[in-house]
Design a protein around this ligand. Structure first.
Ligand SMILES: [Zn+2]
Length: 465
């Protein structure tokens, strides 16, 4: 059985390029939600097709490469502190609270899933929690997260946190070995949760929090576990590469190394690794990211709060072929919607360009032309770039045959009222007839659009909104 959708489709096949496919058909295999046909509508009879009205377009869903699920509990508060203090005061406390109260965990995760769908996020890489005393509780807690995301129909990587060192004595795993046993068991149980052969939506991801909370023994063991793999592929890994200056200094003084060396030495920089932030990585380290195939989750909003002295070298990373996607970094960033993160990524890159121009020496040393990105490039990072950085199924993040249909419908014009939808006023300013779907309309939505414009979301062909 197939399902046909007739609509205007918009996607970004390459960095900076946008394609508007007016009045096209996409045909899905309804048994698995993958695209089997794509082409212009040719006037054929479409009895059972879904016909998306004019005034809308269909876009790939967004990818969020970095989100701390338990921190959703206190999203939008406590951002006055520097990172290491913030972790103690807010993050560890909230995570501990959810580990101790599974009903609360379920409530937080259900609400999070709902907000992700409303925001157009179809794929997300999640940090969860650890447990306090018994592995059973920890497994169960992260399985709550996995189960909730599975029931919501989202594509999600679930990360049970690994940390055997902590500034909070009640929130730490008892030893490197206990942490490793817990991680290995969680991987098994998480795979068992989603039995779908080949088209699974839920996957475990190894999640050493960051170097300061992980001993070398733990990192070594996680590197081995990752390499052992599962289902004929190495396991996925996520963590943080330096964001704040005090973290960089701490790792240098205690490990006598850079964070990137520590991860690389323990085989945790792989083509299936996502590293958040990377604000302190100089160009040679970006080369190393590119060579190892590890991806960056660029989180411009939380960087603005916590990174203080460095801005991620986004253009240099892209020029070097580093895989880059966007991350909300809830709750270090307060904005859950990737649409807001896209806007922030452009704004931050423009500020960086201004700073580099002022410091002409830096521009000379960095030899980077055009450090800023534009809205089309950010849309690529939020969709196709993000999907590639997450290592999703081949062809994900844009519309093509063989890719899963992960999509959102954006309504920009209401034919009934003759007005733009939501904040998209004056689309009809020059002409009383219906506005055509052109690049300007998409740019206007990119700048001003919000949840009022999003009327449908599908993940792997399943309607979620
Ligand atoms: Zn983070």
């Amino acid at each position: 059985m197939t399902l046909t959708i007739r609509a205007n489709f918009v996607h970004t096949p390459g960095l900076g390029s946008i394609q508007i496919l007016l009045d096209h058909l996409i045909e899905l295999d309804s048994s698995d939600g993958f695209i089997v046909n794509l082409g212009p509508y040719g006037g054929q009879d479409l009895m059972d097709a879904v016909q998306v009205p004019e005034g809308s377009f269909i876009l790939p869903t967004f990818c969020d490469l970095h989100l701390h699920a338990p921190q959703f509990l206190y999203q939008g508060t406590g951002l006055h502190l520097p990172l290491m203090e913030w972790l103690n005061e807010y993050a560890f406390k909230a995570e501990e609270k959810l580990d101790a109260d599974l009903d609360l965990a379920e409530l937080v995760y259900r609400r999070l899933a709902r907000r992700l769908i409303e925001s157009g996020t179809g794929a997300v890489s999640l940090f969860g929690t650890i447990n306090e005393e018994t592995n059973l509780i920890a497994f169960f807690d992260c399985l709550v997260l996995a189960k909730v995301m599975k029931e919501a129909g989202l594509r999600a990587f679930i990360g049970k946190l690994s940390m055997d060192t902590s500034s909070r004595p009640s929130y730490v795993e008892p030893s490197a070995q206990a942490s490793l046993d817990s991680a290995a068991s969680f991987v098994e149980r998480c795979y068992a949760l989603d039995q779908a052969k080949g088209h699974r939506l839920i996957e475990p991801i190894l999640t050493p929090r960051f170097v300061p909370t992980c001993s070398n023994a733990l990192l070594q063991g996680l590197g081995e576990l990752a390499a052992q793999g599962k289902s004929f592929a190495p396991l996925r890994v996520q963590s943080h590469l330096p964001e704040p200056e005090d973290q960089v200094a701490w790792v240098r003084s205690t490990r006598h190394a850079e964070d990137i060396d520590v991860f690389d030495n323990h085989r945790l920089l792989t083509p299936r690794t996502i590293q958040a932030h990377c604000t302190f990585l100089p160009p040679p380290s970006l080369d190393r990211m590119s060579q190892t195939g590890a991806a960056v989750a660029h989180c411009p909003l939380s960087n603005a709060y916590f990174s203080s002295t460095e801005i991620f070298r986004l253009r240099e990373a892209l020029n070097r072929g580093v895989k880059v996607g966007l991350g909300s970094d809830i709750a270090g960033g307060y904005e859950l919607g990737i649409q807001g993160v896209m806007r922030m990524s452009v704004a931050v890159s423009r500020l960086r360009e201004g700073l580099l121009k002022r410091e002409s020496q830096a521009l000379k040393d960095g030899a980077v032309k055009n450090p800023r990105i534009d809205w089309k490039e950010s849309l690529y990072l939020a969709t196709k770039g993000g999907a590639e950085a997450m290592g999703l199924y081949r062809g994900s993040g844009w519309f093509n045959v063989g890719a899963p249909f992960d999509a959102q419908q954006i309504r920009f014009y209401d034919q009934r009222t003759g007005e733009g939808v939501g904040a998209l006023d004056f689309l009809d300013h020059d002409d009383k007839s219906q506005p055509k779907l052109v690049e300007d309309v998409i740019e206007k939505w990119w700048c001003l659009g919000d949840v009022r414009n999003r009327v449908a979301v599908w993940v792997q062909g399943n309607p979620l909104l």
